[in-house]
Design a protein around this ligand. Structure first.
Ligand SMILES: CC(C)(COP(=O)(O)OP(=O)(O)OC[C@H]1O[C@@H](n2cnc3c(N)ncnc32)[C@H](O)[C@@H]1OP(=O)(O)O)[C@@H](O)C(=O)NCCC(=O)NCCS
Length: 415
């Protein structure tokens, strides 16, 4: 078996495998591209493609900073080769290769949870497709926010709204870089309409991208792709624009994720979840991930953690996580579970009396899945303990909770 990058010559085999795995229409034009935003890994048995996985280049915003991310999609193994460890093999290779190019986390939308869990992923967010009756918006009136249809000249303002929201959230993709390079014309023109919310100072504070759908009978629905605002009155204005479709589209379908303030503005009842796409994360470079993400600016302290990560062995060890008012770093302090991990006298001296004592005492143990949930933020350590993702000493739990209290993770782009 040979593990290598796919080339254009492998396009047909790869497309056929996607068809057999995911039921992609076989007659459709092949969406096989290799470029700066995607690498495709394959395992070959002679000339036969036996397994594959695609790795996309993204950045996620965590704690207000960019975290280099490998977005994995199209993981598939030919039926005859399933159950022989090929998915594990191609994914483990991808972890190392992604880390080499600077990625510190891997994320994906999963089908089989157990497969990815055994590879160190854990679910951190959900992309939710929901709906509510348009009549639920009756009576909604913005106070000061006005509405205007966007033109390509508003591209910058639309991107700025998304960027502001991504910067204050956790895990949202940055929507820039090679995977998101689209013109302002397409950004606005890919929808039936993009409607802007404009505050009393003339600034764009939110936008709504929507498709009208067909018909005006009881089955007609307005589909909202993005509904994002940085102000409550912006939500009221954008939702009132949707409410004005009441007579012709009785249903609103909408994509959402995480804690969406929209729910605090909709006056009526009837919200229903139609479809959920679970999003999983894996930390492939613990030290790199800690250095990359942002941390609470008002917090300083040290935590000692034991990590056991056989698939990314560079993560394994007793780590000292040091937080200093908005920045973080990880020092590898020894082998997990050892009572006296500090063998380097110089390091012991640097750590000082207190630091050395902390390193030598019992430390909490965290699984790769626990690391994923903790890193994304918003889940208390007590919950991780209940799920078996953290065990052992609880002496750092209060500090860990403060450090990872972060916003509820969210994702708004399917890949
Ligand atoms: C899912 C798929 C990629 C797994 O490939 P595979 O080569 O059979 O997987 P592996 O043999 O490497 O299995 C690795 C681990 O995952 C587990 N696993 C694999 N498929 C699983 C499934 N469908 N459900 C639960 N666990 C699964 C295995 O038991 C194994 O666990 P272990 O190492 O602890 O024993 C393959 O069945 C496939 O192509 N399915 C159709 C497409 C698909 O669902 N792709 C995933 C898209 S997100």
């Amino acid at each position: 078996m040979e593990l290598r990058l796919l080339t254009d010559a492998d396009a047909d085999a790869s497309t056929l495998m996607s068809h057999l795995a995911f039921g992609m229409p076989s007659g459709a034009p092949a969406a096989f591209a290799i470029g700066p935003d995607v690498r495709r890994w394959g395992i070959f048995d002679g000339n036969t493609l036996a397994a594959k996985a695609n790795e996309r280049t993204y950045d996620s915003m965590v704690g207000g900073r960019r975290v280099s991310t490998a977005g994995v999609a199209g993981v598939a193994v030919a039926p005859e080769y399933r159950g022989t460890g090929l998915a594990r093999q191609v994914m483990t290779h991808l972890f190392g290769a992604a880390r080499e190019r600077g990625a510190v986390i891997v994320t994906l939308f999963r089908t089989a949870p157990a497969l990815y869990r055994s590879l160190g992923f854990e679910q951190v967010a959900e992309l939710v497709y929901g709906e509510f009756p348009t009549s639920a918006l009756r009576g909604l009136r913005p106070r000061t926010t006005a509405l205007r249809r966007a033109t390509p000249a508003d591209g910058r303002a639309i991107r700025a709204v998304y960027a502001t929201i991504a910067a204050t959230g956790s895990c949202l993709l940055t929507r820039d870089g090679p995977a998101f390079e689209i013109s302002d014309e397409r950004l606005v023109g890919s929808f039936d309409g993009v409607t802007l919310a404009i505050d009393e100072w003339g600034d764009v504070v939110g936008y709504l991208s929507w498709n009208r759908g067909s018909g005006y009978d009881e089955s007609a629905a307005l589909t909202v792709v993005d509904l994002l605002s940085t102000t409550g009155d912006g939500y009221a204005a954008l939702l009132s624009a949707i409410g004005a479709f009441d007579a012709v589209t009785p249903t609103v379908r909408i994509r959402t994720s995480g804690q969406d303030p929209m729910h605090w503005v909709i006056p009526g009842a009837g919200w229903k979840v139609r479809e959920v796409r679970p999003y999983m994360l894996r930390v492939i470079d613990f030290a790199g991930a800690v250095a990359a993400r942002g941390w609470p600016p008002g917090l300083a302290g040290e935590v000692v953690l034991d990590v056991e990560d056989p698939l990314c062995p560079w993560n394994t060890g007793r780590h000292r996580l040091v937080l200093e008012y908005g920045t973080g770093r990880v020092d590898l302090a020894g082998t997990p579970g050892t009572s006296a991990p500090v063998t380097d006298a110089a390091e012991a001296e640097i750590a000082g009396q207190e630091g050395t004592a902390a390193l030598q005492a019992a430390a909490p143990r965290i699984t790769p899945g626990g690391l994923a949930v903790l890193f994304a933020g918003g889940v208390p350590v007590s919950t991780l303990r209940r799920g078996g993702l953290v065990t052992g000493s609880d002496r750092f739990d209060t500090l860990l909770d403060a450090a990872f209290a972060g916003p509820t993770p969210a994702v708004l782009d399917y890949f």
